[in-house]
Design a protein around this ligand. Structure first.
Ligand SMILES: Cc1cc2nc3c(=O)[nH]c(=O)nc-3n(C[C@H](O)[C@H](O)[C@H](O)COP(=O)(O)OP(=O)(O)OC[C@H]3O[C@@H](n4cnc5c(N)ncnc54)[C@H](O)[C@@H]3O)c2cc1C
Length: 464
């Protein structure tokens, strides 16, 4: 059995693992990045962020062409193969793979395709596809093993009729109807994307509203837009069972005994940390009560040589946050200053329409600050919104009761996930809301909504 020694071993080549490995190598450390699949990039690249956003781009095109039916008659072909709608995915993945491989090579990160398990706090046993084993020692080890979809026991996922978020894009044809179980980010994104493609979507969840962590105005507008496209939101509905009837439909039975039918079903009932193979107990670690690996603010576990980053440590479970956590884990392990960790992480939900927020929601701001001032600008009041036809958008700024300090920004509508960064920078710079009025923005742009919302706050402030 081979024995190898490195300054750092990183388990998992997703956003967290990659950034940890590259950061450590750039600092002059010897690094091995261990990935159990043949692919590079983790679920973010192959089953999550990139494939779903590639489908979304085409869904948006379809929606926009339908919206402009007077310019050209447009209809999707009957029994359209799903692969047609993600036709650019191959190119996107190849470009991503090439870029990542080059980056690892350039930084002398050794990439090893093998399954890792701990045998001590500073050693991993690696097993490759041929069954060959080797021991790798690392002064530090970063766990970035990600997560996989949770399968509730009453939902028999078969990847043919009942899918999870890893397998949904393997559907052969665009179905006529789809039941989506769940009301979280993945459920809302896929539900609205498929609805925009003309699939009849029913979203079912036990909570009264989808995306419960978001500002109420945003979720209201999401439900309205989803319903306007023809989708059905069924909140406060508990699912007893789901099954393929063996003939023509997936049947979901609610606890009230109602049967809801759909051609296919997507179960998006949360995710579980990938820890089973790792045998973290051999490193002296245990999972916390949520089945995750606990870390401190430096991303260090209870064992001094072991750090963890990304989905394996839990929310926000975003590729964006995972990358930064990976980088920080490596810096902290090597004693390098990682800079200040800002907790103004924006939330970006790539539903149709997009939703994004940063800072406090209106409800949280009221709880903490009392009578906060709120300014709203609807996209239909902004020239660019009218020109582009994106009328169902809105931008909202929440300020402290004096109407000066920005506490949060929320946006719904196309471009929300890009526009939010203006608000994020203003929050980080601790700028007064007046900055949006005193600065000149390009015209016509949706960014003008910042100005309109800020003006509303300044007006309220003057009339107090
Ligand atoms: C449908 C969907 C859409 C999403 N959209 C977005 C989005 O728009 N924006 C966003 O920011 N986030 C999005 N996310 C979340 C994002 O994909 C994850 O937060 C991110 O991938 C987590 O990165 P990670 O590095 O922690 O893990 P992963 O990307 O899951 O990578 C972990 C890697 O570790 C490997 N591994 C696991 N165990 C072992 C082992 N024992 N040995 C060796 N290798 C191992 C796995 O094979 C995998 O390649 C989405 C997720 C899904 C499912």
């Amino acid at each position: 059995m081979n024995k190898q020694s490195y300054d750092m071993l990183v388990v998992g080549s997703g956003p967290a693992g990659q950034k940890a490995a590259v950061q450590a190598a750039r600092a002059g450390s010897t690094v091995a990045l261990i990935e159990k699949t043949r692919e590079l990039g983790g679920s973010c690249v192959h089953r999550g962020t990139i494939p779903s956003k590639t489908l979304r781009e085409n869904a948006l095109r379809v929606k926009n062409m339908r919206m402009n039916a007077e310019l050209a008659n447009f209809d999707l072909a009957e029994d359209l193969e799903l692969v047609t709608l993600i036709n650019r995915l191959g190119e996107v993945l190849a470009a991503h793979d090439e870029y990542m491989s080059r980056q690892l090579k350039r930084n002398n990160v050794e990439l090893i395709h093998a399954r890792a398990r701990f045998i001590s706090p500073t050693a991993l046993e690696l097993t490759n596809v041929k069954g060959e084993r080797a021991i790798y020692n690392g002064k530090n080890i970063v766990i970035a093993s990600g997560s996989h979809p949770r399968h509730p026991p009453n939902i028999p996922i078969d990847h043919e009729y009942l899918f999870d978020s890893d397998s949904i894009l393997s559907m052969m044809y665009l179905p006529k109807s789809l039941i989506v179980l769940g009301g979280g980010v993945i459920a809302s994104e896929y539900a609205s994307i498929f609805q925009a493609l003309g699939v009849e979507v029913t979203m079912i969840d036990k909570y009264p509203r989808p995306l419960g962590f978001l500002d109420d105005d945003l979720t209201d507008m999401f439900i309205t837009a989803f319903s306007k496209m023809g989708g059905t939101w069924r909140g406060e509905t508990k699912v007893k069972s789901a099954r393929w009837n063996g003939y023509d439909a997936v049947e979901v039975e609610t606890e009230e005994g109602e049967i809801i039918r759909g051609e296919k079903l997507l179960c998006a009932a949360g995710r579980i940390a990938n820890v089973k193979d790792l045998q973290i107990n051999n490193a002296g670690l245990e999972l916390n009560e949520r089945g995750l690996i606990s870390v401190d603010e430096n991303l260090k576990t209870e064992v001094a040589s072991v750090y963890a980053a990304g989905d394996v440590i839990g929310p926000p479970s975003l590729a964006s946050a995972s990358m930064e956590q990976g980088r920080r884990a490596a810096c902290n392990a090597l004693g390098i200053d990682a800079g200040i960790m800002h907790n103004t992480i924006p939330a970006g939900i790539y539903s149709i329409p997009e939703l994004s927020s940063v800072g406090l929601s209106e409800t949280s701001a009221r709880e903490q600050y009392g009578e906060v001032l709120v300014g709203k600008a609807k996209f239909d009041e902004i020239a660019r919104g009218q020109i582009s036809g994106f009328l169902d958008g809105m931008l909202k700024i929440v300020c402290d009761p004096e109407g000066e300090k920005i506490l949060g920004v929320m946006i719904v509508g196309e471009g929300a996930t890009e526009l939010i960064h203006i608000g994020q920078m203003a929050l980080l710079a601790q700028a007064k809301v007046d900055i949006f009025v005193e600065s000149i923005f390009n015209f016509p742009t949706l960014a003008e909504a910042y100005r309109a919302a800020a003006l509303e706050i300044i007006h309220q402030r003057k009339n107090k």
